[in-house]
Structure formats: C-alpha cells, structure tokens
Design a protein around this ligand. Structure first.
Ligand code: N01
Length: 552
C-alpha cells in the first residue's frame, strides 16, 4: 500500500539537481502565507524566491482535496484583505467555500499577481543549514538541488505533516488507501464499495458525511469521539455578494477585534449568571447560527469555567440524542473525556444523521481496539472486516511536525528538532534564538495557529516585511531573538494557555499525537492570548526598536 499524492509535473520553474540558486530571501511553501510574503517582498524589490513541494499553489487547499473538504470560516472573512481590486474581482459562491473553489481562489491570486514566475514547484526542502561565516542559509532539496539566501522564511503551515497510524500491518492493505491530507488528484468513487474511515476529527467528519451519500457500505473506526456543531452552509447569491463587497471594511475590522479573527463575538454574559431559560434560548440561537458561532460566539465563560462548560456540553448531548435514532450509537458518539469546545470543534452538515443509515456502522475502538491491518481489511479484537478502501483521516503532526521533517541546523550546528525536543521555544512565534535570519510565519507560539488563518497570516507577513525593510534601510544583515526574550515569551505562552479547559485534554492543539514518538506530553504549541493581544505585542516590539532581538 502506498499513500502519496499523484506523480507531479512541474508548472513553474524546475529545480535542477546539482544546481545552486542564490537569493536574498528564500520562502519555503506556496500556501497562503508563502504567496503573500512573496508578493510583499517582491514589491519592495527583494530578490526573493519560493520553493514548494507540490506542483501548484494553495498549501492546505492543494493537499486536502478529500471529499467534503471545505471552510469552516465564513468565506468572505477568509480571503486576503490587502487588495481592494482582488476583493472586488473575486466572488464566493458559498458562505463556507468547498475546497475546489478555495483552490481556484489561490490560483486566481497567483495569476493576478503573477506569482508563479518566482516559485519553483516540486521542490521539497530536505534540509536547511545556517552558514555562520557566510551569514546565510543553505537549503537542500530532495532532488539534490541547493539554494542560498541571507533570510529563510518558513511558510510551511501548521497542519501540513500528515501522520499515518502506527497500527501493525498498516502497509499490508492491498485495496485502495488514502490519507485525507494527501488525497490524490484523480477522481475517487465510492459507489458499491466497502469503505473504512479511521479517524473522526474535522477531516474525518467532513469525509464521512460526504461519502455516506454514495458509498456501498461505510464502517467508521472511532477512537475518541469529538463534539461537532452544525456548519449551516448556504449559497451566496449575486446580490448578497455585492453587499459583502460593500461591507468588507467593516467585516475585516470586526475580525481584527476578535480573539481568533472570526466574526463571532463572545457574549459578555457568563452562562452561569443567567436564568435557565435565557441560557437555553441563547444556546439554541447560537447552535442555529452558521459557522463557529456556537463555539466562538457563546457565553464568555464556557471555555474557561468548567461549570459553564458542563451546561454547554449538556445542551449538545441533547442535540446529538435527538439526531441519532439508536441511543446506543448516540452513547458512542458522545465524548466522555472532555467538554464541548475543549478540542477543535469539527463543523458538520448532517454528520450525526449518517449513523441512522442502514449501510453505516460505527466501531468504537475504546471497546474493540484495532489489532492490525490485513491485506484485506481491518482486524479488531472482536471481528475481521474486509474493505475495498481504507481512508486514513488520522490527522497531522501539528505545528512543529513540518519543521521536524526538515533537517534544520542553526548556529553551531544545533538542530531545531533537538532544541524543541520538549516543545517549542520561540520569540513571538516568529523567531528562534540560535537560528539567525530565520522567520517562521504561522509558527509555533504564534497567534496565527489559533486564528481565522489568513487574517493572522496578513499580520505575520506584514510584520516580517517591515522587519526586512527596516534592516535593509539600516544596513543590518542579521536578526536573532535574544535568549531572555525567547524565555519570557515561551513562558508567557504557557501561562496564557494554563487557564484554558483545552489544556485538560489531549489533541493536536496541546501538542499530542499518539502516532508520533515524543509527542505524548501536553504542551501548548500555539498562542492562546488571542490575535488582538498578539498583534499589540508585535507592534510594541517594533515601537521599542525591535526589542528582544539582536540586530547586527
Ligand atoms: O486530524 P485530528 P484532522 N487509531 O487530529 C484518529 C484542521 N481541519 O485531520 O482523537 C484510531 O483532529 C484520532 O483519534 P484520537 C482543523 O484545525 C480544518 O481531522 O487520537 N484512530 C482522531 O479522531 C482540525 O482540527 C478543516 O483518539 C486514530 C483522528 O484520527 C485539524 O485540521 C477540515 C489513530 C485525527 O483527528 C486536524 O484535523 C479538516 C489510530 N491509530 C481539518 N490515529 C476545515 O474545516 C489517529 N486517529 C477548515
């Protein structure tokens, strides 16, 4: 069994093996952050180049083309805000855009700003090494090609290192096998097939709901159930799109003020302070509002006060019970080890109803764990199942995983993966002591990982662009976080997360991935202080002459 995206053909510039390219700035990754960073630096006349592992732009939206993949941010809050022209020209057709439309958007941006001429595709970075005497980075590609630059900007995404389960025999299955995060480019059909899905995170929930519409028979292998909330997607007609365009300024201003840059403001009241009737009515209202309203726009105490969270959780239990006919199946679908919203909430469009279909079976791995994967299917402790296809919706080595997959060596040959062995240490989630001139867009400890991501990408990219502009103006060639600034920021990240209920449960947000050695201990890998506070801190650092950085 091989899981890999299609063999790829280049549509950009080729990396010739044995060749050495030279730039002022290298960006790794042509997802949204890499594309915008390229544009900003190119506008300022920097000699900048992007290297991308795939054969097209789009990052997450390039790789995650599994059935049912779509936004859970409102489309019109997700697009880039930096260009009025782009905002005017692009029309979203659904409030929560499906993956093919989002990938079209990424390509539209690349075409409009003629980005491809500065991107090399099919160039997976294998290693990056800081050359102290030369004061520059050398990057090595899988095909043996090399490139050098004064600055290295990682735009490699927080969820871009897919992980397979460490189940014995996983490589033996002879049927079709796909990972949601490496979905092939050719059409995949489900009609008449016996399909298994392992994993019930956001990718699993979307995939299961979509393929249940056409599948012959579906078996879902669930280890930990997740709390889901309804997405409530709908089409955007031409008139609504015009209204959205007329209101973009207000929409982005509202996102700017929100903790995670969504349009769902938390209610200023505490769930524990209102009457039962008021609380129930508000829960009902937000549950019926599209998007993350129920999670992000709920009472202000539901994610920090266990009593409030229990009330919210109880409401969702009643919803699940009402939607699933067989209460024994509902029991399995209701999480018991964490409260609502303390893990990333998958948004769904008929997920629970899938389990009312006669051709869908739920296997609870807490009762009957998988023993091994066989040539024909999956063997649990109580049964052996045969399948035509297995879909691995088993997630990612999140946030630090994509860094670990590149052999990054900084000053004195120190390996980044060694420095981060017990969790990341960063300054502002943008720079790392010992790794001069390397900037990490959407890196660990950065508010962007916990955000309606393009909103925070724009902040990250603008900040990095200003830094490079400042350095050029002052004739500076080297930037590196000071050890004490890094220690203080890292401690602040941990302190900020400590009060959150999400620190009480294992998930990718708390740095846990049972399929990856060394990822068993909880450590908060994003920044939980919220985007407005993060932005303020970044601005203060600049106002103080890049306080906390050594500039030389
Ligand atoms: O990954 P996950 P994901 N045996 O880690 C299970 C974003 N996203 O790809 O919880 C059996 O959430 C694992 O079980 P457990 C979003 O931020 C966004 O679904 O470890 N099961 C879990 O159920 C999201 O949070 C969108 O017990 C195994 C699942 O696999 C993030 O990406 C859409 C197993 C992994 O869930 C990651 O989501 C999709 C094993 N050995 C994703 N190993 C949008 O809507 C793992 N599992 C924009």
């Amino acid at each position: 069994m091989t899981i890999a995206a299609e063999p790829r053909t280049a549509n950009g510039r080729e990396t010739a093996s044995g060749k050495m390219d030279r730039w002022e700035v290298i960006i790794i990754g042509a997802g949204l952050s890499g594309m915008y960073q390229l544009l900003k630096l190119r506008e300022l006349g920097f000699k900048v180049h992007v290297y991308e592992a795939g054969d097209g732009v789009g990052g997450t939206w390039y790789w995650n083309r599994y059935p049912g993949a779509r936004f859970d941010s409102e489309s019109w809050t997700y697009g880039f805000s930096f260009s009025d022209e782009l905002l005017k020209e692009w029309n979203w057709t659904e409030h929560f855009s499906p993956q093919p439309e989002t990938l079209r958007y990424c390509n539209f941006v690349a075409d409009k700003f003629d980005l491809r001429r500065d991107i090399t595709f099919n160039a997976r970075v294998k290693a990056a090494r800081w050359d102290e005497p030369a004061n520059e980075w050398e990057v090595v590609f899988e095909d043996g090609g090399r490139a050098r630059a004064r600055f290295l900007i990682t735009a490699i995404g927080p969820l871009s290192a897919p992980t397979m389960p460490t189940i014995p025999g996983v490589e033996n299955f002879k049927g079709e096998a796909y990972h949601t995060g490496l979905w092939p480019h050719h059409p995949v059909t489900f009609a008449g097939k016996r399909v298994a899905v392992i994993g019930t995170g956001a990718s699993g929930v979307q995939t299961i709901t979509e393929i249940a519409k056409t599948v012959g028979h579906l078996t879902v292998f669930q280890r930990t159930p997740n709390w889901c909330a309804p997405l409530r997607n709908s089409k955007i007609d031409a008139k609504t799109m015009e209204e959205i365009k007329a209101n973009y300024n207000q929409i982005f201003a509202r996102c700017r003020d929100h903790y995670g840059c969504f349009i769902h403001d938390a209610d200023p009241r505490n769930a524990v302070d209102v009457t039962d009737e008021e609380r129930e009515a508000f829960f009902e209202k937000t549950y019926n509002t599209p998007g993350f309203a129920f999670w992000q726009g709920n009472f202000r105490d539901v994610l920090v006060d266990k009593r409030a969270n229990d009330l919210m959780t109880d409401f969702v239990i009643r919803k699940i019970r009402a939607r699933v006919k067989d209460q024994k199946i509902a029991d399995k679908l209701i999480p018991t080890n964490h409260g609502f919203g303390t893990r990333r909430v998958p948004l769904e469009s008929g997920y629970y109803e899938v389990y009312n279909q006669p051709n869908v079976k739920l296997v609870d791995l807490r009762e009957t764990p998988i023993e091994r994967i066989t040539e024909k299917g999956i063997k649990t402790t109580d049964a052996e199942y045969e399948f035509d296809m297995i879909i691995f919706a088993t997630g990612f080595d999140a946030i630090t995983g994509a860094f670990d997959r590149i052999d990054i060596a900084g000053r004195g040959g120190q390996k980044l993966r060694d420095k981060w062995a017990d969790g990341p240490h960063t300054y502002l989630g943008l720079q790392i002591e010992g790794f001069p001139n390397m900037l990490t867009l959407v890196g660990p400890h950065n508010a962007a990982t916990f955000c309606n991501i393009p909103r925070c990408i724009e902040q990250n990219v603008d900040w990095v662009t200003d830094l490079l502009k400042y350095m050029r103006a002052k004739g500076l060639q080297r930037v590196e976080a000071k050890p004490d600034a890094e220690a203080v920021w890292t401690q602040h990240v941990h302190d900020t997360a400590a009060r959150l209920l999400l620190m009480t449960v294992d998930s990718w947000m708390t740095g846990v991935n049972k399929n990856v050695a060394g990822r068993q201990k909880r450590t908060f890998v994003a920044y939980a202080g919220g985007a407005p506070k993060y932005r303020q801190k970044c601005e203060e650092v600049v106002a103080q002459g890049y306080e906390g950085f050594s500039l030389a």
